[in-house]
Design a protein around this ligand. Structure first.
Ligand code: PLP
Length: 386
């Protein structure tokens, strides 16, 4: 069966060029970067080349890049590494669980926490961050782009507010990297997270940008790897893959590759609005990353639509978390004030560099007919006369 993958915010396929860059680092160039012999130095040089490529994507210096095991570890390092009991942290309702649950744990350890809300479009108000500041505020963590809706947050304004208050500012840019320009000086952040597998590098590798001079305690203890900011033998193939993917992501911002994805996303979104009744875009009216659209289909159970589309070969997502058999609507959509029905009727479609125009054409045939079929079977949809 033909399979179309529109769930690139969950993970992206490794690009062939990325895989080729990684390949020699498994069997041939296998050294431990801490070894002083040839093999070790070869591995170390490869890591340093990648560090430079990532630094170029973020507009920082290579020494400010810390490689981690992924976005979750980088978020945890940012949050746990900067805050102690008695401090105050500001974050938002729409953060990824890697930030929200880390902050929840901090609260259990005696850290004060303020969680600022979002409006109906899914955007925070930077003034809420300003108002939440306290004398003991140590960290502000606001994401760059939301994983469910793609909505871009006003992080440059938050950066200015945090800088004025002399508070550390972390942004989770996992879903923004490679989709919009990210320059740490322009953003005004002290810490920034990216994840390899969201930019066509492999799973299990990520980065925390740590601005020079930022006080950061490590989360794990061992060797002096990553300038003593992250102990543990480096994942050399993963880091090499991330470096190559960062280079490609950087080029993609200028060579039309991102623009092409945006055109396809807009076509998908606009044609669905035109050809399917009672649909809407969550986060409409807010600036969004170019690859994501989160659409609600009135009268539809999102999980049923994901399964029905999957059976026909199209992969999308509800972003729902399944807890003890019950399907919860994504916390992000609830935080935007969507009713549980509308949140549960919402699907996320996220495109990647491999997505073709023909695939979108196929999706545009499949989605309307599947929605119509599910609605025809739905007593709720028919009774409410949507
Ligand atoms: C916004 C955001 N932050 C953090 C993460 C976690 O990254 P990783 O899967 O590399 O641990 C994700 C992954 O879905 C994400 O979307």
């Amino acid at each position: 069966m033909r399979r179309i993958y529109l769930d690139n915010n969950a993970t992206t396929p490794v690009l062939p060029e990325v895989f080729e860059a990684m390949r020699p680092h498994f069997c041939e160039h296998f050294g431990n970067a801490s070894s002083i012999h040839f093999h070790g130095q070869e591995a170390k040089a490869a890591i340093e080349r990648s560090r430079l490529m990532v630094a170029q994507l973020l507009g920082c210096s290579a020494s400010e890049i810390v490689f981690t095991s992924g976005g979750t570890e980088a978020d945890n390092l940012a949050v746990f590494g900067t805050v102690a009991p008695g401090d105050h942290v500001i974050t938002s309702t729409i953060e990824h669980h890697a930030v929200l649950n880390a902050c929840g744990r901090l609260q259990e350890l005696g850290v004060e926490l303020t969680i600022v809300p979002v409006d109906g479009r899914g955007m925070i108000d930077p003034e809420d961050v300003r108002r939440a500041l306290r004398p003991n505020t140590k960290l502000v963590s606001i994401m760059a782009a939301n994983n469910e809706t793609g909505v871009l947050q006003p992080i440059e304004e938050v950066g200015r507010i945090a800088a004025e208050a002399d508070v550390c500012f972390h942004t989770d840019a996992v879903q923004a990297a490679g989709k919009v320009e990210l320059n740490v000086d322009k953003i005004g952040c002290d810490l920034l997270t990216i994840s390899g597998h969201k930019i066509h590098a492999p799973q299990g590798v990520g980065v925390l940008y740590v601005k020079k001079g930022t006080a950061l305690l490590p989360m794990q203890y061992g060797g002096a790897h990553e300038r003593s900011r992250r102990a543990g033998t480096e994942n050399v193939p993963g880091i090499v893959g991330l470096g190559k993917a960062a280079e490609i992501a950087h080029e993609g911002l200028g060579n039309g590759s991102v623009k092409r994805i945006e055109t396809l996303r807009d076509r998908l979104q606009n044609e669905l609005r035109k050809h399917v009744d009672s649909v809407g875009v969550n986060g409409d009216g807010a600036p969004r990353v170019p690859n994501t659209t989160n659409i609600y289909f009135e009268g539809i159970e999102g999980e049923s639509l994901v399964i029905a589309l999957d059976l026909k070969g199209l992969a999308a997502s509800t972003g729902a978390a399944c807890t003890s058999g019950a399907t919860e609507p994504p916390h992000v959509l609830s935080a935007m004030g969507l009713s549980p029905e509308r949140a549960r009727a919402s699907l996320r479609f996220s495109l990647g560099k491999q997505t073709t125009s023909e695939e979108i054409h196929f999706a545009l045939e499949l989605i309307p007919e599947t929605v119509a079929r599910l609605r025809s079977l739905s007593p709720v949809y028919n009774r409410s006369g949507y």
